[in-house]
Design a protein around this ligand. Structure first.
Ligand SMILES: C[S@@+](CC[C@H](N)C(=O)[O-])C[C@H]1O[C@@H](n2cnc3c(N)ncnc32)[C@H](O)[C@@H]1O
Length: 348
């Protein structure tokens, strides 16, 4: 039996760190389904006051397994553990460097209503690991409730193409400005463009602001090597009007919480703060733009909509909601009015 200890990322948010052990175990359980070796006894282990996530395996973790572990949202350092005479000896295991863009990108901005970046990364991992796709595939991700872009920026770290839809204009402008400044400062070769994606006349025109970028000038020369980040100021219930069928491998978003900064879309269409009403109006369109074997992962406030209701909506739109034990371990209190959970639905 082999034993690995994973030191958790201390994160930027104490509240999040304290509840993160349970979320880490759920994320690791889902990841372990893909390992080349069988995993046993996923647990929390404390050694001299330091908390680790412990995983025991039948054989040594392969390079591919270490690559998967390295990407998990809570991972700070990985060790092989050997116990001799009741004492644990830890040998560091080199994590894979998978970053296409520096992961500081999503921690630089602070604003009200921002989704925690480690939590966001976890949702992206859960989406990918529950889908029929691999990290090495060309992945197109959509955040249909993008805010100021945390999901999109986390996706760029993986080298995924990322598009967002956000109903309020200001967060879209802010996210565009931020990304432009960031890739300029990091010296990525890029070009940006704004083009119409929908509308027969000026008054109903909807635009996408799109960046194409690559790490180096040489890579940028070949269009196939370019990555894309796009943002639309529009209504997510019209997703299928903005994008072609089967455009995305993953859809990941943090729904409005049904409180303060919820969906205040009176003049733009959907007019609801309730996550289940929003899902109901968007699921048919999302199902069209998602590839078969692709997944939707949504975070929502379970005080204002039940898992059962969201499941019904997904299932009546051609999705299967994943329901094994690990998928039911994500619910946690954020504050007095928000009990956050995530739901994972796969397109049949
Ligand atoms: C919880 S916030 C997302 C925050 C984002 N993850 C971030 O870190 O910046 C939910 C967002 O959904 C947007 N939204 C609500 N209804 C929408 C709709 N019908 N279409 C597109 N966006 C919508 C809200 O304006 C809000 O910005």
């Amino acid at each position: 039996m082999y034993s690995y200890l994973i030191l958790q990322n201390p994160g930027h948010n104490r509240v999040y760190y304290n509840l993160a052990a349970e979320l880490a175990l759920a994320e690791l359980t889902i990841a372990s389904e893909r390992f080349n070796t069988e995993c046993k006894n996923l647990s929390v282990k404390e050694i001299k006051g330091v908390r680790y996530i412990n995983v025991q395996t039948e054989s040594e973790l392969s390079e591919q397994d270490i690559d998967t572990v390295s990407r998990l949202s809570f991972v700070f350092a990985i060790y092989r553990e050997e116990e001799r005479d009741g004492v644990s000896y830890l040998t560091p295991v080199a994590a894979t460097n998978y970053h296409y863009i520096d992961d500081k990108i999503s921690s630089l901005q602070k604003y009200q209503g921002k989704t925690n970046e480690l939590f966001t990364k976890m949702m992206i991992n859960v989406a990918l690991l529950s889908s029929d796709f691999d990290y090495t595939d060309e992945i197109n991700l959509l955040d249909p409730v993008a805010g100021r872009g945390t999901t999109l920026f986390e996706a760029t770290v993986y080298g995924f193409n990322a598009c967002g839809i956000e109903i309020e204009p200001k967060p879209v402008t802010d996210a565009n400005l931020f990304f432009k400044k960031f890739i300029e400062a990091e010296r990525y070769k890029h070009r940006s463009d704004k083009r119409q994606v929908y509308g027969r006349n000026k008054s109903e025109a909807i635009y996408i602001s799109e960046f194409e970028y690559a790490k180096t000038k040489d890579l940028f020369k070949d269009e196939d090597n370019r990555k894309v980040l796009g943002l639309i100021n529009g209504n997510s219930s019209d997703t299928d009007k903005y994008f072609k069928r089967n455009s995305f491998n993953l859809i990941v978003g943090d729904l409005p919480y049904g409180i303060a900064h919820g969906n205040t879309t009176v003049n733009r269409g959907s007019g609801t703060r309730n996550p289940s009403e929003l899902l109901n109006s968007c699921a048919p369109a999302w199902s069209k733009v998602l590839k078969q074997g692709g997944t939707v992962v949504l975070a929502w406030n379970s005080f204002v909509a039940s898992r059962q209701r969201l499941t019904q909506i997904f299932e009546s739109n051609g999705f299967t909601v994943l329901n094994t034990e690990a998928y039911n371990r994500f619910e946690h209190m954020v504050d007095k009015s928000i009990k956050r959970d995530i739901i994972v639905a796969k397109k049949n």
